[in-house]
Design a protein around this ligand. Structure first.
Ligand SMILES: C[S@@+](CC[C@H](N)C(=O)[O-])C[C@H]1O[C@@H](n2cnc3c(N)ncnc32)[C@H](O)[C@@H]1O
Length: 254
């Protein structure tokens, strides 16, 4: 490695998205090599490794002296839940959803709200609606929204089982969520009802051209619930997240 060379460490399955973010923010970067979990690139820049703090999709970056900057850490993430998503992956889900400033985003399995806060802070969406069945998740979310310095008018946060969510307005542009998938949270039989409820909710709340981006390991179930007669469903990436292999699905109304 020369002193203009850097290595990005990434989640397996996310190469395309990390390259996209890198080249959008640093068009002068020259890619030297790519592997499943690593991108090596060259760039002439003034300043040190700290300038790469504006990259949110990689896990970390290493310079030629072995100095490492952790890019998946978020200063606002003080509250945690079991099975919380890696913030780099949350960022990638938001990229895939092509979030826009006018979007209203729903996460009905918000956990500690890593996805909704990512959508507000880095994609500047109009508003997020987040809910979760667990009181602990709602407390963790409250803390994270506060530390992130997000105005209360930008989010609605409440405790609810997906099966009984009290929302009725068809004003959701994107649902971006990390479902319970029965390994660290829940079990398969419980998931059937939960996934069916998500499909019903999406039918009710999603605008005509709305989009769902979700992460799950229940690949068969998701295809059973979002029937192809009504939904267009595509698996975009399989991510290796700490030994689990969930997939990112993009779902649209037909
Ligand atoms: C995989 S976790 C999401 C983690 C979140 N993305 C984060 O980073 O904190 C799934 C979440 O679904 C919630 N959950 C499980 N069953 C639910 C249900 N029936 N209704 C609503 N939320 C539920 C769990 O409490 C958990 O927080």
């Amino acid at each position: 490695m020369t002193d203009t060379t850097y290595k990005l460490h990434i989640l397996d399955g996310t190469l395309e998205y990390v390259l996209k973010e890198l080249l959008e923010k640093y068009p002068q970067a020259v890619i030297l090599s790519t592997e499943k979990e690593e991108i090596e690139f060259e760039i002439n820049i003034d300043g040190n490794i700290e300038i790469f703090r504006n990259l949110y999709s990689p896990l970390h970056i290493e310079d030629c002296n072995g100095r490492i900057l952790k890019l998946s850490k978020r200063e606002w993430r003080k509250g945690f839940v079991p099975a919380g998503i890696n913030p780099s992956l949350a960022y990638i889900l938001c990229m895939i959803a092509e979030l826009k400033e006018e979007d209203i985003v729903l996460d009905p399995f918000c956990g500690s709200s890593v996805i909704p806060i990512t959508a507000l802070k880095y994609f500047n969406v109009k508003r997020v609606i987040c809910s979760d069945i667990s009181e602990k998740a709602i407390s963790a979310s409250k803390e994270n929204f506060k530390v992130a310095g997000i105005e209360e008018s930008k989010y609605k946060l409440f405790r609810s089982d997906i099966k009984s969510i009290k929302l009725s307005k068809r004003n959701i542009d994107k649902i971006v969520t990390n479902l319970p998938y029965g390994i660290r949270v829940g079990d398969h039989s419980g998931n059937i009802e939960i996934y069916k409820s998500l499909e019903l909710l999406a039918k009710k709340l999603l605008r005509k051209r709305g989009l769902i981006v979700l992460l799950t390991q229940e690949k068969k179930l998701i295809r059973e619930v979002f029937r192809k007669e009504e939904w267009n469903i595509k698996s975009l990436a399989r991510v290796n997240e700490g030994g689990l292999l969930p997939e990112v699905f993009v779902i649209k109304k037909r």
